[in-house]
Design a protein around this ligand. Structure first.
Ligand code: M6R
Length: 366
């Protein structure tokens, strides 16, 4: 049932071109700008009049929420707050009827996320769910929502569920922006066209597998890793670090690249691998300076760059080239090599990647 793959995690990583497509299917018109999300349509007016969106989630789903914060603020010009469900539910949060709470959960059974949305519901907020498991507790507790349609995810480390969540959240941000009149029609068309190209670009990123395995051989015995990214790639840095921690038991930290100099830079020496997601986008030049700062302290740079980049390859020890895409869609592509990196390192260390120690697929107790 692993489809010829050694582990479910690897199978699920490789399913992403397909699962991303499935998460868009029927929702996006090819060549046009017509978006069709049933769950959104029913609550359209609420989204138009909303004063704020609060996203509640845990773990990887929380990282998808962070990407959504950038997406919704960029495309729909609505303020977004992203909350750990466990913190939100216990801190007497200020919530009103004009707030929309988006609960993101692969399993739909995460206890803290469920409790957070129940709390928000009791205060009159509208609850929108982004779940993968159909008919799950969270899906049933929401007013409306959109399923991610990624198919069953068996590996404890979430991979295809993340990219499906980000895809659906992108479509949602586009829907809200279109209804609020905050996205020019041309931009919407451009994004729609580029979204259709994403499965092929993810396919290309998967071709990096052998190369990433070779890099993994070199770093498999290190005790620490640092992951850096800015803008849309900042949540990707967090996600890359979480994947590595979960399945390889190597300590890893994800950081916004510019925050490095406020502390973590002290950790950098010739033994510290630093994964920098440095694709061509609006913060590219700044990330290049951050790479220089790491290099000056002899950190070992593994850079994820856009195909054809000539600047960073001259600076980094290892370069992983991903296809170019729009800045706001880049997490869907740039996360793929990080999933593969954590997978190969974990396998080389002899870890049980599908069922890492101390972890369960869904955390149904708080
Ligand atoms: O099922 P959920 O999306 O609600 O799960 C949330 C987290 O428990 C989950 O993402 C966890 O962090 C994963 N093991 C990450 O790979």
């Amino acid at each position: 049932e692993k489809g010829g793959y050694e582990h479910f995690m690897l199978k699920e990583i490789f399913e992403q071109p397909r699962s991303i497509l499935d998460s868009m299917r029927g929702r996006l018109e090819l060549g046009g700008s017509h978006l069709n999300m049933a769950g959104f349509r029913a609550y359209e007016q609420k989204f138009v009049n909303a004063q704020r969106i609060i996203i509640v989630a845990c773990g990887t789903s929380w990282h998808a929420g962070l990407v959504a914060e950038y997406l919704i603020e960029d495309l729909a010009r609505l303020p977004v707050e992203v909350e750990y469900a466990s913190e939100f539910r216990y801190r007497n949060p200020v919530i009103s009827e004009r707030d929309i709470v988006i609960a993101i959960s692969q399993s739909g059974e995460t206890a803290d996320t469920l409790a957070a949305l129940e709390l928000a519901k009791s205060k009159g907020a509208t609850i929108f769910g982004i779940c993968n498991v159909v008919g799950s507790s969270i899906a049933r507790a929401t007013d409306a929502g959109a399923y991610t349609h990624a198919g069953p995810e068996i590996g404890v480390a979430s991979t295809k569920a993340f990219t499906a969540q980000v895809t659906v959240l992108t479509l949602l941000a586009m829907c809200i922006g279109q209804r609020r009149g905050t996205i020019p029609e041309t931009k919407l068309r451009e994004l729609t066209a580029e979204l259709h190209n994403i499965p092929t670009k993810v396919e290309k990123a998967l071709e990096l597998d052998t190369e990433i395995r070779q890099i993994s051989e070199i770093f498999k015995d290190v005790p620490n890793f640092l992951y850096l990214g800015r803008g849309y790639n900042f949540p990707v840095a967090l996600e890359g670090a979480l994947k590595l921690k979960e399945i390889s038991y190597i300590h890893a930290e994800g950081y916004p690249a510019a925050e490095m100099k406020h502390g973590p830079i002290a950790l950098i020496d010739e033994n510290m691998p630093v994964v920098v997601i440095a694709t061509k986008d609006s913060s590219y030049e700044k990330v290049v300076s951050n790479i220089q700062e790491v290099k000056a302290r002899k950190g070992r740079i593994i850079a994820v760059v856009t195909e054809g980049d000539t600047v960073i390859p001259a600076m980094a020890e290892f370069v992983i080239e991903v296809p170019h895409t729009s800045e706001i869609l880049m997490p869907l592509v740039s996360v793929v090599p990080l999933q593969l990196l954590s997978y190969h390192i974990a396998v080389l260390r002899g870890c049980n990647v599908d069922q890492p120690r101390n972890l369960a697929k869904s955390v149904t107790v708080e």
